[in-house]
Design a protein around this ligand. Structure first.
Ligand SMILES: Nc1ncnc2c1ncn2[C@@H]1O[C@H](COP(=O)(O)OP(=O)(O)OP(=O)(O)O)[C@@H](O)[C@H]1O
Length: 683
């Protein structure tokens, strides 16, 4: 059956058939424009089957000449400091030995190179040869224990993290997502914050749809991504990889850096991903990626390869030049052998033959540096970086000098991050359902234990205890919930912020606003359940004031939770810090220690205790209008509410001050949290 007779679209209508022909003609002409039809389809008998990613060229906007990026790097050296040795020496022998014991590992050694627009450059090498470190160094993303020297230039001007982030995208090896979002929601968020601000909302959504189809994520578009740490049912590892890639494909960055984009994918999807990369390179982007064990099919798609061995540049050139170079070295790649496998094996340091392997690597490196290909590349790379010695400070390139690294405006960032934060809260059962249930159950338990207190000697003691329990429960419940959620999301924020997607203040503000309704509902629910069960002051106004005080205390606790999360940066440290830091505040609450007995040197700390203000406010609210307490069986018991307040050294006039202090503490802790987050994002 010829192509002519094939029903291209459902239904027999001839009008549909002719419009389908036009679409096909347009697609064919676009594929021809990109000149890569052969690599984009496979032949099964007489039928040509298009492969995923084949329309990349059609979808990817061609990068205008003036936006194209030639990325060069000169004399990149990376050193890692081995901390373990230095720490051990510090503890056993004192600080002097730190210097003597600290060990520097030279990971990258004078690596120089250049990548041009329209090129797909693959960094190849054995495991541990320094591929990831090189990519991290090129994108200014090395960890703090790795020091990098050398210069990286965009179009001949020294680049910085910010300037590079504004024109490039980086797909990292480990994927980080907000697991409660669906695939489509994730991409919509990415489209809102990453695409240029002049692009209209419908166009962004259209692009999301295109990318979903392009990366074959359509079938899982409404599936939650899931958290691998929680054993949630989510999308597969391969789908996660494609999703990470899709987020970068959404925008049209001039340069793309990808660390092992094919790891975890089957050979078909790996080919698909490299096709997308190739399509991007065809559209004028500069694409640099590290690849583990590329198949021969993938290898043929690379425009250039960079071979690394023991942190040294061994070769940079086209695959044909690589063949020629190794043939000249009298080590040609055997026929029917995957060249990538061959080069990697050739440059491997074999156990037991370390010395001879390293000598061979040195010899190849020297020969490359003296070869025509090597000399040409080195001269060109150094020419592009020639100004670097005179420019040490942060310099932005060309027209980017005044440009913000953020693509979306402050308001658009705020809308997008708030929307995502709200989704991540409302769709997380751990966050809403479980916490509502937990709060109601604890409130019922406390209510049942303290049920029906009367105003006598025992009742006074029990009511005071119950009110203090309100505060401790609100504190511990909220601090640990906030720490858990905030620290889980922190790596996502740090990465996205570093990628220039949104500002720190936007994230913090959105997060706080999105969580506020929950931190109002929970304390109100808690107080509503317990208040009348325990038998606290029955006036409606007093009940509402109590709800307000408990809500303020809950919000001070969440602010404190934000602060320790931002200061510590990870869940385990924040959780370990939480209790020891809360206990002193708890002691200064006036329940366990009379406020007048607080040692003078701890007085200042007591002013930061929300237990103190909360407890005093609740006590005043409870006791100030109680004129009679039944002391018939215990003559020593307080006769009325005023006496109780005096016993605790609480003054009725302090109620407003306590409420204002709680509000101030919310602001102080949130400001401290924000500053810590800002410091962390700059670090
Ligand atoms: N922070 C660090 N501290 C100490 N050594 C490090 C550090 N980072 C990297 N290294 C070492 O540097 C070398 C290169 O590491 P890198 O991760 O760049 O290699 P790679 O080629 O990407 O390896 P793989 O292909 O296995 O991911 C390795 O020997 C690694 O142990």
């Amino acid at each position: 059956m010829g192509d002519e007779k094939q029903p291209l679209l459902p239904g027999p209508s001839s009008r549909r058939r002719s419009s389908a022909k036009i679409v096909v003609k347009q697609m064919v002409s676009k594929i021809e424009e990109n000149g890569s039809e052969e690599s984009l389809s496979i032949k099964l008998g007489s039928v040509k089957i298009p492969m995923y990613g084949t329309n990349t060229g059609a979808l990817t906007k061609v990068v205008p000449i003036e936006e194209r990026v030639t990325y060069s790097w000169c004399d990149i050296n990376a050193f890692a400091t081995s901390n373990e040795i230095s720490k051990r020496k510090y503890w056993c022998c004192g600080p002097k030995t730190v210097v003597a014991g600290s060990q520097k590992i030279h990971i990258l050694k004078n690596v120089t190179g250049i990548a041009y627009p329209g090129e797909l450059l693959a960094v190849l090498g054995t495991s541990g040869s320094g591929k990831t470190t090189l990519l991290n160094a090129l994108t200014f993303r090395t960890t703090k224990d790795v020091a990098v020297t050398g210069v990286r230039c965009v179009n001949g001007v020294p680049a910085t993290l910010k300037s590079l982030a504004s024109v490039s995208a980086y797909v990292q090896q480990n994927d980080l997502f907000i697991g409660t979002l669906t695939v489509k929601e994730h991409l919509i968020f990415q489209a809102l914050v990453r695409m240029d601000r002049h692009i209209l909302y419908p166009d962004r959504m259209k692009r999301v749809e295109e990318v979903l189809v392009e990366l074959s994520l359509k079938k899982c578009e409404n599936t939650q991504i899931g958290y691998s740490s929680r054993d949630d049912i989510g999308i597969s590892g391969g789908e996660k990889k494609r999703l990470a890639f899709a987020a970068e494909v959404l925008t049209n960055p001039s340069a793309m850096f990808c660390d092992e984009p094919t790891s975890g994918l089957d050979s078909f999807m790996a080919l698909n991903v490299v096709q997308v990369l190739k399509g991007m390179a065809n559209s004028g982007k500069t694409v640099i990626c590290t690849i583990h064990q590329p198949s021969s099919e993938l290898y043929t798609m690379f425009d250039k390869i960079l071979l690394l061995a023991e942190g040294t540049l061994v070769f940079l050139g086209t695959p044909e030049e690589a063949n020629l170079f190794f043939t000249q070295l009298e080590a040609p790649c055997p026929k029917n052998y995957n060249p990538a496998d061959y080069f990697i094996q050739l440059l491997a340091v074999l156990p037991g033959r370390e010395e001879s392997c390293k000598q061979a690597i040195n010899m190849i490196t020297n020969r490359f540096e003296k070869s025509d290909i090597g000399v040409g590349m080195l001269v060109e790379a150094k020419r592009k970086c020639k100004d670097y010695e005179s420019t040490e400070s942060e310099i932005y390139f060309g027209s980017e000098s005044q440009k913000s690294p953020y693509r979306a405006s402050w308001c658009s960032q705020f809308y997008a991050v708030l929307w995502r934060s709200w989704l991540s809260i409302t769709k997380d059962p751990m966050m809403v359902n479980v916490r509502l249930f937990q709060t109601a159950v604890i409130a019922l338990i406390i209510g049942a234990i303290y049920y029906g207190q009367v105003l006598d000697e025992n009742g006074v003691m029990n009511i005071n205890g119950a009110m203090f329990l309100f505060l401790t429960n609100m504190t511990f419940q909220n601090v640990f919930a906030v720490v858990h959620v905030f620290t889980t999301e922190l790596p996502v924020f740090l990465r996205e912020n570093k990628n220039g997607m949104y500002r720190t203040d936007v994230y913090f503000l959105s997060k706080v606003i999105a969580e506020t309704p929950l931190f109002i509902i929970l304390p109100v629910l808690f107080t509503s359940v317990c208040y009348y069960m325990v038998g606290l002051n029955p006036s409606w106004m007093r009940f509402l004031i109590a709800c307000g005080i408990v809500t303020l205390v809950a919000n001070v606790s969440t602010s404190f939770g934000y602060m320790i999360s931002c200061l510590s940066g990870n869940t385990s440290l924040a959780l370990s810090l939480g209790s020891p830091l809360i206990i002193p505040f708890l002691l200064f609450g006036g329940f366990f220690l009379n406020v007048d007995s607080i040692p003078v040197y701890f007085k200042w700390l007591s002013y930061l205790s929300w237990f103190r203000y909360g407890n005093e406010a609740l006590m005043i609210n409870q006791w100030s209008n109680i004129t009679r307490i039944d002391c018939s069986n215990a003559p020593a018991c307080p006769q009325n509410g005023q006496v109780i307040l005096q016993m605790f050294n609480f003054s009725e006039a302090h109620l407003l001050w306590d409420i204002v202090s709680l509000a101030l503490l919310i602001m102080v802790f949130r400001l401290a949290a924000f500053l810590a987050l800002l410091w962390r994002s700059y670090k």
